[in-house]
Design a protein around this ligand. Structure first.
Ligand code: PEP
Ligand code: MG
Length: 741
């Protein structure tokens, strides 16, 4: 049964057009269910239309139509549940459609086809005998209808606008861009078939060319990043270059070709063999090398399989379309040539998304099927504000979007003009605006100009850009640079928050439930050797000023805070004695991301200097919704009145216990979120660089005293949607509606 289901759904999903898909569906389902008739009705406007049949008269297709209040098929759609009848003709809702010639059928089983709560159509099987279909048959038809819903929806969309391909994804970084697609990396896998060749010499030459080209790319990338002073990235390329040497992996690839394997097979075989060996090793450093071997293998394979794709230096700016934009791809890509990012995988807070926001490039992630849709080099419009991707848009659409881009630019310029003015409401309430950051290069201008400092420096980003754990001195260098760029303003540095959806290629963690697993502080406390190195590096970098604040992620109990503070003390005193001088002890804080901590703020206040609310994770854990899962993305709602009440209560408790508090989740960079948070009394907000100017502009146009009434009203509402509408109306009434675009 399972195999039949899979065969039918795959065949339908792979069909070129809606008609052939539906014909295939009804004939295969009829065979699989051993019935005499299978038909599908699709909802067109208000009517269900017979769209394909194997058993009724073919000429009735497109002609038999009924409203939802007519016939048994209408009843299935109306009730949104299956109907199984031994003799349909006895049912009060039975309606005979002469043109279909269905008089001979008695047994009737039908299941609704529903996509995202909306009815698309009804799938029906019929038989001449009077018999009830079995439970198994009913389950089969329902499963089939559920599995086919998305494919049918997509095929219908394609049928409605054949030239305009339309994809939907999750917005990871706002903005709109128009450019051609550059599809990379989607097809290359490290696992390649074992192929023997006869012309060994030719294969050696091919491999040597690929190795040389790869060395050249790595060398020029090193030089480029050296000039841009991204020293953290330079070290990646230097390590890879060394590995390509004859005495190392390069030599191993060549040896394999000498034994008769094709260049592609050789690189694949060597890489897989060494990755296996290295991941088995006990020594952490050697274990980490598996990541380098994989990265290098993929680079050389790409040069062998699609050489024109390497180098990543398109002539004109492009929208990069890829499976998963890992940190290295994004860091390598020349920034002035990158105007948009589309990925098939990943979640809103995947590292690709975080990097895209840090780079200020519009990005949509989780776009299903985009790599196999043949869109390379086609013109795209990416509207990340709405998670939309349009392929080959019409001239009218292009003109419309160009207007939108100009309007957006004009707005941004208007916001930017006030960036250096303080974020102060009309009635004089000053709100501190900080920056969320992770890449050095994205920090400079904003710190100097508009922000009050760095409210969240995600140290996992520089860790992700490496091929191994950075050493203490490497970390000191990076943290020092961050503090220097901040020019005396406070910097909140968060200790490593990997795990969940933020993996390190060199430290694989396989878990059933990663968001509830080994994340953030849990991992740091289990690896004091890594944690102490990071703490020492941070303290050393901030030793001479009071800028540095250390923030602990994913804390779920007080014991974790106590343990972390003990390590902090150890690192501090060790360093003090190593350096032989008095050094400044950083302030320590924790993130409020785990709901239980909301009820322990009194105890938290006795242990730390400040807290920062991580509304991204707090929402995920309070609502039990995976923040990266597109299927439940509509349930992931920071404006859920329950969340808002928790945030209000947290603000009150922090005030009561004299515990300084900020918010650093995405909510703190969204206009609606900011209004509500400020109304609750939050006066320290940390956000992505793209939001800074806009939020500053907004705050300078609202009156703090108006907001408490708005908040009180919001808290009486029953859904996040209503809350957003309420605040939207408030913006409109003050001519601030454009701020939401
Ligand atoms: C958060 O959870 O709100 C947060 C800021 O941390 P991150 O998004 O990095 O998990
Ligand atoms: Mg978090």
């Amino acid at each position: 049964m399972l195999k039949m289901l899979r065969d039918i759904t795959q065949a339908v999903a792979a069909a070129q057009d809606l008609h052939s898909a539906l014909d295939m569906l009804v004939s295969r389902t009829k065979i699989a269910m051993k019935t005499q008739c299978c038909s599908i009705y699709l909802l067109e406007g208000e009517q269900l239309v017979l769209s394909a049949t194997d058993g009724l008269l073919r000429s009735a297709v497109g002609r038999v139509k009924m409203s939802l209040s007519e016939g048994l098929v209408g009843l299935v759609a109306e009730r949104e549940e299956p109907i199984n009848l031994a003799d349909a003709q006895q049912h009060a809702r039975f309606k005979q459609f002469e043109e279909a010639e269905e008089a001979s059928f008695r047994a009737f089983l039908a299941a609704p086809i529903i996509y995202q709560k909306r009815i698309l159509g009804v799938l029906v099987v019929q038989q001449a005998d009077t018999r009830l279909f079995s439970e198994g048959e009913e389950a089969f038809l329902m499963t089939l209808a559920a599995q086919l819903a998305m494919a049918i929806r997509n095929l219908r969309k394609k049928a409605e606008a054949p030239d305009l391909l339309h994809f939907k994804g999750i917005s990871a970084a706002n903005g709109i861009a128009i450019a051609h697609a550059l599809v990379i990396g989607g097809q290359i896998e490290l696992e390649q078939p074992d192929v023997k060749v006869t012309d060994i010499k030719a294969e050696q030459t091919r491999l040597n060319h690929a190795i040389e080209a790869c060395k050249d790319t790595l060398c020029s990338l090193s030089q480029r990043f050296d000039q841009e002073e991204e020293h953290e990235v330079v070290s990646i390329f230097s390590a890879l270059q060394l590995l390509l040497d004859n005495a190392s992996l390069g030599g191993e690839y060549i040896k394999e070709v000498t034994e008769g394997w094709s260049a592609v097979s050789a690189v694949s075989r060597v890489s897989l063999r060494y990755i296996e060996e290295f991941t088995q090793m006990k020594d952490l450093y050697l274990k980490e090398r598996a990541g380098d071997i994989r990265d290098l293998g993929l680079r050389v394979l790409r040069l062998l399989i699609e050489p024109e794709r390497m180098g990543f230096e398109p002539d004109v700016p492009v929208i990069l379309v890829t499976k998963e934009a890992d940190a290295t791809i994004l860091a390598e890509f020349p920034r002035h040539k990158l105007v948009g990012i589309v990925t098939e995988q990943g979640g809103v807070n995947s590292h690709a998304a975080i990097l895209a926001r840090a780079l200020g490039v519009p990005a949509i992630i989780g776009v299903e099927g985009v790599l196999t849709a043949g869109i390379d080099k086609k013109l795209l419009i990416i509207n990340a504000n709405r998670g939309q991707l349009l392929v080959s848009p019409t001239p009218t659409l292009i003109a419309e979007y160009r207007n939108l881009i100009s309007a957006e630019k004009a707005l941004q310029q208007r916001y930017a003009r006030e960036l250096t003015l303080p974020a102060e409401t009309i009635d004089g309430k000053r709100i501190q605006l900080y920056l969320n950051a992770g890449l050095l290069s994205s920090l400079e201008s904003e710190i100097a100009e508009g922000s009050d400092g760095v409210g969240l420096y995600r140290t996992e980003i520089p860790f992700m850009l490496q091929q191994r754990f950075p050493s203490e001195s490497e970390q000191v260098k990076v943290y020092r640079q961050v503090l220097e760029i901040a020019g005396g303003k406070p910097v909140v540095m968060r200790t490593l928050d990997v795990g969940g959806d933020k993996p390190l290629s060199y430290f694989p963690i396989n878990e059933e439930n990663p968001f509830l697993g080994w994340r953030g502080i849990r991992l740091s406390l289990d690896h004091p050797e890594l944690f102490l190195v990071q703490l020492r590096a941070m303290i050393q970098a901030g030793a001479d000023s009071d800028q540095l604040h250390i923030l602990l992620p994913m804390v779920s109990n007080l014991d974790e805070i106590d343990q972390a503070i003990t390590y902090l003390e150890q690192a501090y005193f060790e360093l003090k004695s190593d350096l032989g001088k008095d050094i400044i002890r950083p302030k320590i804080g924790i993130m409020i991301e785990v709901p239980a901590l909301l009820y322990q703020l009194a105890e938290v206040a006795r242990r730390v200097d400040f807290v920062s609310v991580g509304s991204n994770d707090l929402t995920q854990y309070m609502l039990a919704v995976d923040r990266n899962n597109p299927r439940v993305s509509t349930l992931y709602d920071c404006y859920h009145p329950g969340i808002l009440r928790a945030l209000k209560r947290a603000r009150f408790d922090c005030w009561q216990y004299h515990l300084p508090v900020s918010v650093c989740g995405e909510l703190a960079g969204e206009p609606i979120g900011v209004i509500l948070l400020v109304a609750m009394g939050y006066d320290q907000l940390s956000m992505n660089q793209g939001s800074l100017a806009r939020i500053n502009y907004l705050l300078r146009r609202v009156s703090h005293s108006d907001l408490s009434e708005l908040l009180e009203m919001a808290l009486t509402l029953t859904s996040g949607l209503q809350v957003r509408e309420l605040v939207r109306d408030y913006f409109e009434s003050r001519e601030l509606g454009a701020i939401l675009n």
